[in-house]
Design a protein around this ligand. Structure first.
Ligand code: SF4
Length: 229
């Protein structure tokens, strides 16, 4: 059932830092405190995240492993016949779109595929560069920055979008673009990775498309819950 009020346009107010901290703490009590281990391999993250579009983690991982097994380096993927790349990643779904997209992206990264400058660049420049690549949106750009470099970004996937909207971290009818901007605005940079991971855990376990509010540890903090009871 949709909420009667509280998080729609006009009634939403950006949450105060203490409220965001209480949400963080309640999630932490339930799901622990995940720590980031940045791998400093942004091209890996970029290609992996493109492969993850519209599929599950398992299919993504199978397609990525097939790609890395078949080709010795990024240049040979870029220069391979398109049909070979498509065939290789077939298991990941939408291969006819993702194969050419991956090759176009690799073609725009220069001869040495060096993205090591990203963490040194001003944030808006890094995000602008990444989202300027074909098929790369805010979520993929955020994944590259946080998982590669531990730069404070919160990738808004379907779980973060659903749970964050219900908890009032951004307008429930926000666009994904707006949700990304608001998550950055309300989150202490030191909490970005933890909040991202725990909102996903909560979206998978409790705040599902049909939410299990009756067993939810965050129900007292939740405007969506208040609006529907
Ligand atoms: S109270 Fe319900 S809607 Fe709110 S976060 Fe929990 S499960 Fe989701």
């Amino acid at each position: 059932m949709p909420p009667k009020s509280g998080s729609g346009k006009g009634s939403w107010k950006r949450p105060r830092p203490d409220r965001v901290r209480r949400i963080r703490d309640r999630l932490r009590e339930t799901y622990g405190r995940p720590r980031n281990s940045p791998h400093h391999d942004p091209v890996h993250e970029l290609i992996l995240t493109i492969l993850s579009q519209n599929t599950n983690d398992r299919n993504r991982d199978v397609a990525y492993a097939a790609l890395r097994d078949r080709f010795p380096d990024w240049a040979s993927i870029r220069d391979a016949p398109a049909a070979t790349v498509v065939e290789t990643i077939r298991h990941g779904g939408l291969a006819n779109q993702k194969g050419p997209r991956i090759q176009r992206v690799l073609g725009l990264l220069g001869q040495d595929f060096d993205l090591g400058w990203l963490p040194e660049a001003p944030r808006h420049e890094a995000i602008e560069f990444l989202t300027g690549l074909p098929g790369v949106g805010r979520k993929t750009a955020a994944c590259v920055m946080i998982f590669s470099f531990d730069h404070p970004e919160i990738p808004v996937d379907t779980h973060v979008f659903r749970v964050g909207g219900r908890l009032g971290l951004f307008r429930i009818k926000a666009s994904f673009e707006e949700a990304h901007d608001e998550m950055i605005a309300v989150t202490d940079p030191a909490d970005a990775f933890e909040l991202h991971m725990n909102l996903i855990s909560h979206g998978r376990a409790v705040c599902r498309p049909v939410p299990r509010c009756e067993v939810c540890e965050l129900r007292r903090l939740c405007p969506y819950r208040r609006a529907v009871v």
